[in-house]
Design a protein around this ligand. Structure first.
Ligand SMILES: [Zn+2]
Length: 340
């Protein structure tokens, strides 16, 4: 390993977004006097009568949830995007706007209020993955839907308003900013080399074995070289697949296993139910071949050095470039040691 990366300030390039991150490993020695968040480690009941996501309970709009047994999906009662919105555009001088329509759904991972992904059996995570596949396929097949964003916001620290284990699926007519950056970088590489940008990167990482946290036959779990968040992790298929529909049953199980291994290591890291935002980036559903896409799932956790110390993206990071102190390799060593 290049030891300069562990000792001196440098910037690392994100091949997927074309952006840089500033890494300052010498700063990890400075004393911490920042904000301490309260830890919310209290045990939750399997069913909470006041939770609007629990089976059989009433939601805020008055609808009653069924007595679901595994995964339950419904259209968000307070969606940021709606189907029947007015179509319009504005082009006045330097002012530009376009109407945006879409469908937002909520996916409850389990009827058990107390179980987040790391607490679930792999066979139950498989059901969540199958539901993601189903939604990506049916939403993406709609003419007006050109992108399907699957994500999970976990923990009050991430602004998650309900502790019941759930994720969201926002589908819309345009391709969002973060996806568009990766779309362009992968296309450029594909056109030049006729091979997958992320696939080629994974080959290099597997050879180096410096940032791999875990792998099974079909998936790699690693901290990307260019990671911004202290314990950022990516799960990616070893095979070049443009979207999650290309997984066969064996691969779905291997993916669910990778999610389980990672989220359990996360919970052990600071001995808490580890908060994060996780999302799947995959080929847009815009009717094009999108062969250049190599799907992957990214986890962006905000915790820095304990369950109560959060990393903020402020100051230089708001006005300049994201910055991190502990290196990706140091984070990998910590997480790797927590895998059972
Ligand atoms: Zn609940």
């Amino acid at each position: 390993m290049n030891t300069d990366l562990q000792d001196f300030s440098h910037k690392r390039y994100n091949i997927l977004t074309g952006e840089w991150v500033l890494v300052s490993p010498h700063r990890t020695k400075r004393p911490w006097q920042g904000k301490q968040e309260d830890v919310a480690n209290e045990a939750r009941p399997a069913h909470d009568p006041d939770c609007y996501l629990c089976a059989g309970n009433k939601r805020i709009n008055g609808e009653q949830n069924p007595n679901y047994k595994d995964v339950f999906i419904f259209t968000n009662d307070f969606a940021a995007l709606q189907v029947n919105t007015k179509q319009f555009s504005l082009n006045e001088g330097l002012l530009k706007a376009e109407s945006e329509s879409g469908i937002c759904k909520v996916i409850c991972f389990s009827p058990d209020h107390s179980k987040s992904l790391p607490d679930m059996d792999v066979k139950d995570i498989v059901k969540v993955v199958e539901a993601w596949q189903n939604e990506y396929q049916t939403l993406g097949a709609k003419k007006e839907i050109n992108h399907v964003q699957i994500f999970e916001n976990k923990g009050a620290i991430m602004g998650c308003s309900n502790p019941h284990p759930h994720g969201q699926i926002w589908s819309q007519s345009s391709i969002p900013n973060e996806v568009l950056k990766k779309h362009k970088s992968q296309k450029k590489h594909w056109d030049a080399h006729k091979s997958s940008l992320l696939g080629n990167y994974l080959v290099q990482e597997l050879q180096l074995n410096e940032r791999i946290i875990y792998q099974n036959e079909h998936f790699v779990v690693l901290t990307p070289f260019w990671a911004v968040w202290p314990f950022e992790v990516m799960i990616a298929p070893k095979q070049h697949q443009k979207n999650i529909l290309e997984m066969n049953m064996e691969e779905v199980t291997a993916y669910a296993e990778a999610i389980s291994v990672l989220t359990n290591a996360y919970d052990r890291l600071f001995n808490c139910s580890f908060p994060y935002s996780a999302g799947i980036h995959q080929a847009p559903t815009n009717g094009e071949a999108n062969k250049h896409w190599h799907w992957h799932m990214s986890f962006y956790p905000p915790l820095l050095r304990s369950a109560t110390i959060k990393k903020f993206m402020v100051g230089y990071e708001m006005f300049g470039t994201p910055q991190r102190d502990i290196t990706a390799e140091q984070a990998v060593d910590r997480l790797k040691s927590l895998i059972k």
